[in-house]
Design a protein around this ligand. Structure first.
Ligand code: ZN
Length: 506
């Protein structure tokens, strides 16, 4: 009871929080109770969704424990954010990071020796340096906190090899408790942390649902991701927006495509290949944006401390549900409604794609099931709101236009016609906002799938029998052909406007 009172008092006086969330109370109490037992513990593994106030779970205990609190981050930007948070609250802390001179380090360590500071913020690489390791070995470390702990497992091989060698390092440091925090953890991550961090034995697991009720999940099937992206991002209330692409090149291409069609939308691209000054400038640019769009590889995800991202779009999907939830979880950190869109054009492969291709299994439930979690209630996804559109955007219109005039158009002349004022029936009119390049790419995709065929010499488009039959038997298409508008019914080749593009001779 006394401990409970102390926690509430500190939360109010230092952090300005009048009421802790239930899991915050549970985690903080547990940490302090174990600390009071004065023996070395196996530690805690805490999974809390992004934006739920997990920093407080180790910031508050750091004020009450006797020894040092060492916080390990995977990214410099996260270290700097945490330093800012401590400094703002008037809590002394030091940051040990790369690029510091021996004198600078000496001055920082002297603050620890004089007991003027009890909080050290660093990364795994610095922790493994002999000078840092030896300095910390002289102090009692009450809490060793690893934030974004899933990266220790995910980035260990190749990208950050030092992560894989943390176990012996931690075993030699005088650590009372190890605390790992992450927003999401599947079984592989939990097992990996047991092997790499919790070598004393399996940690106590405090698991809050990784579900983010303020994020809704939507899938767009489309023949042109660029077109759908532009249509989504043109809506002002969908911005600021973060668009995840899988390669550095695609961040650039997608950003350029949006800039061409919507020059009024502020947009930039970001990836690990840019130098640190450029990246810093982009982080700061996006941080201040109220309606900007950032195209990024997953290099950006975790370093973002932007609370008001309204939309996260995945132009391409990551490999697994854990990465997806981490990335989509960048949205709505202010607690307000945020949307997560997934764009699929049918060329994607992998388990996660199958999950989003489903038309009858709740996306949220399936994602959480991948993490071993169950869900009682879905707060918003296309399946639960019965708004799944299994058709790819643009497909019916393109197939319909070709079915209407088989062997008449080449990809080039059809894309010219459909984007011109001469669009002449309800199928082609639905594509009038597309760019010619987008239509040509869509046709290429349909050709590669065998849904559309092209004569070899004259390059005229037609539908193979199978596509034609499927199209005719599709209820909505059949209805359009037989009971459509007057305009539809009357449309024949004779109705083509005079200025329709000329067809190249065979
Ligand atoms: Zn659902």
């Amino acid at each position: 009871m006394e401990l409970d009172h102390t926690i509430k008092d500190l939360a109010s006086t230092v952090f300005g929080i009048q009421m802790l969330r239930p899991f915050q109370s549970v985690v903080i109490q547990r940490i302090l109770e174990l600390d009071a037992q004065n023996v070395n513990h196996k530690g805690l593994l805490v999974t809390l969704p992004t934006g739920s106030g997990k920093s407080l779970c180790f910031m508050l205990p750091s004020l009450l424990v006797e020894g040092l609190t060492v916080i390990v981050y995977p990214l410099r930007s996260l270290m700097n954010d945490q330093v800012r948070r401590f400094t703002k609250l008037g809590i002394a802390c030091i940051a040990i990071q790369g690029g510091q001179s021996r004198e600078q380090r000496k001055a920082l360590f002297s603050l620890l020796d004089d007991h003027r500071c009890k909080v050290v913020i660093t990364n795994a690489e610095c922790l493994s340096q002999q000078a840092v390791f030896c300095e910390l070995a002289h102090h009692t470390i009450s809490l060793l906190v690893v934030d974004e702990a899933h990266t220790i497992v995910r980035w260990g091989e190749g990208f950050r090899p030092v992560f894989a060698s943390l176990a012996p390092l931690l075993a030699f440091l005088p650590i009372k408790q190890i605390l790992c925090f992450t927003a999401t953890a599947d079984q592989a991550v939990i097992q990996g942390l047991n092997d790499l961090i919790f070598t004393r034995g399996k940690p106590h697991l405090v698991r809050c649902s990784s579900d983010r009720p303020n994020i809704s999940y939507h899938v767009f099937r489309t023949l042109s991701k660029d077109h759908t992206l532009a249509a989504l991002l043109a809506q002002k209330n969908f911005r600021p927006a973060l668009v995840f692409c899988n390669t550095r090149e695609s961040t650039l291409f997608a950003c350029n495509a949006l800039q061409r069609t919507h020059p009024q939308i502020p947009c930039r691209y970001y990836h690990a290949g840019l130098d640190s000054n450029q990246r810093k400038a982009l982080e700061s640019w996006f941080g201040n944006q109220q309606e900007g769009v950032l195209f990024s590889t997953n290099a950006f995800g975790m370093g973002v401390d932007k609370s008001n991202i309204r939309t996260v779009i995945h132009r391409e999907l990551p490999d697994d549900a854990l990465s997806y939830l981490q990335e989509s979880g960048r949205g709505g950190r202010d607690g307000r409604q945020s949307r997560a869109f997934i764009l699929l054009d049918g060329t994607e492969k992998g388990k996660l794609t199958q999950l989003f291709f489903s038309v009858d299994a709740c996306y949220r439930e399936s994602l959480l099931a991948e993490l071993g979690e169950s869900l009682d209630f879905c707060n918003g996804c296309d399946v639960c709101s019965h708004t799944v559109d299994a058709k790819r955007q643009g497909e019916d219109a393109l197939l319909g236009s070709i079915a209407w005039h088989p062997l008449r158009y080449s990809p080039s002349s059809l894309s010219t016609l459909l984007t011109s004022q001469a669009a002449y029936n309800s199928f082609s009119k639905t594509l009038s906002s597309w760019r010619q390049k987008e239509i040509r790419s869509a046709l290429l995709l349909l050709l590669s799938e065998g849904k559309v065929c092209m004569t070899r010499r004259s390059r005229r488009l037609y539908l193979p029998c199978k596509t034609y039959v499927t199209l005719l038997t599709a209820h909505h298409f059949y209805k359009k052909l037989t009971y459509g508008t007057k305009e539809n019914r009357a449309c024949t080749t004779a109705d083509l406007p005079d200025h329709a593009p000329s067809i190249p001779a065979d």
